[in-house]
Design a protein. Structure first.
Length: 74
């Protein structure tokens, strides 16, 4: 798996799990599925950070998202 793709998927999963966590907490349920999603997204982000030799900076993140979108979209 490409490290840029792993980073983008991990970031998107992390962002999408926030509403699920808030919903579970407000309904006084345990956020089991949300916690699993956060663990998966954290693992993808850590994988991308470890396997990319140059590393990532916050200034590079928008370019990474655009390059992954450009690779996926025809």
């Amino acid at each position: 798996m490409d490290t840029d793709l792993a980073l983008v998927i991990g970031c998107l999963l992390a962002v999408l799990s926030v509403p699920s966590i808030l919903s579970a907490v407000s309904d006084r349920r345990s956020p089991r599925a949300s916690a699993l999603t956060v663990l998966i997204s954290g693992g993808l982000i850590l994988y991308a950070l470890q396997k990319n030799p140059g590393g990532y900076s916050f200034a590079k993140l928008p370019n990474v998202f655009v390059s992954v979108a450009a690779d996926i979209l025809p």
